[in-house]
Design a binder for this molecule. Structure first.
Ligand code: ZN
Length: 303
């Protein structure tokens, strides 16, 4: 538990913030087309999607469309009409955790990413689709039972530690709290320029994520303290995976439920999603680290 004396927060108004998130020369930057998918989730996806759309478009780098799936137990006809054309987009962001998509939609996403498209996976989106093998390959680790696959953590020096299937904890998290991210690759375009450690606003800290974990490159971890219901080791929080000619970026940050949105009002979260999306789309990042990015001691969120 962090000493409250040293726990500091900064809260900015969104109006003050948007110009700080924006890239300096918006006119010169080609807009990237991002497709956000939602429609089912055990989180407040109806709050998350508009908030992410606003902060992504606020950077000046993206236009964002949202494709909403049918609700739970919808008719087959309703699902037949859900046919997003991924090929019209530079990057697809999943804010979806629900029923398996029709096989044709699964296949078109796999072909899109394998063919060079970008995929961004936010928070509970990695809880979805346990029965879809290519999805598990793309996300690397998901919210699964420990019998599902391997687990990846790092030691304090950042060296990756693999835990075998069936050993160690299944996926979980302790009570929500503020916690610190530690950058494990400071040269990757997404994390380059971020403080080596920075304080995230109150959120869930996922642990024991499981999966095929092939070709995973961990960008940031967080120490999951046993005092906070965690595992006593460094859990992966941000990672990337190459998939065919495409790129997949995952952040497990971003819990929103019961109307509490502070996790996605964190400037760190918003920066991670924007830079992760730009990287997934292009392989490069031009978006700057905002002036009021969190520091080792201070979390920063919008109002
Ligand atoms: Zn959550």
């Amino acid at each position: 538990m962090m000493n409250p004396i040293f726990r500091r927060r900064m809260i900015l108004s969104l109006a003050a913030l948007l110009p700080l998130l924006a890239i300096p020369n918006v006119e010169a930057a080609e807009k990237l087309r991002l497709l956000m998918i939602d429609g089912q989730n055990n989180h407040d996806w109806q709050m998350m999607s508009p908030a992410m759309k606003t902060s992504l478009e606020g950077t000046g780098r993206f236009t964002v469309d949202v494709a909403t799936t049918p609700g739970k137990n919808a008719s087959k006809d309703a699902w037949t009409r859900f046919q997003p054309d991924f090929t019209k987009y530079d990057v697809v962001l999943s804010n979806y955790n629900g029923e398996l998509w029709p096989k044709s939609v699964q296949d078109s996403l796999v072909a899109y990413v394998a063919g060079g498209g970008g995929l961004v996976v936010v928070h509970a989106a990695n809880n979805a689709f346990e029965a879809w093998p290519e999805w598990n390959d793309m996300i690397g680790l998901g919210w699964r039972n420990n019998t599902f696959g391997e687990r990846l953590t790092t030691d304090d020096a950042g060296k990756v530690v693999r835990t075998a299937k069936g050993e160690g904890p299944s996926s979980g998290h302790g009570p929500q709290h503020e916690y610190k991210l530690t950058i494990r690759d400071a040269d990757h375009p997404v994390t380059k320029g971020m403080p080596m450690t920075w304080q995230h606003s109150k959120d869930e800290l996922y642990h024991g994520q499981r999966g095929p974990a092939k070709n995973m490159h961990i960008l940031a971890t967080a120490y999951s303290s046993k005092d906070q219901g965690g595992t006593g080791t460094n859990e992966p929080i941000l990672w990337v995976i190459p998939y065919g000619k495409g790129r997949v970026f995952t952040t497990v940050l971003g819990h929103v439920n019961g109307g509490e949105t502070v996790a996605i009002r964190c400037i760190g979260f918003q920066t991670v999603v924007a830079r992760g999306s730009e990287w997934a789309a292009t392989g490069k990042v031009t978006l700057p680290i905002p002036k009021y990015f969190p520091t080792d001691a201070v979390s920063v969120s919008t109002k």
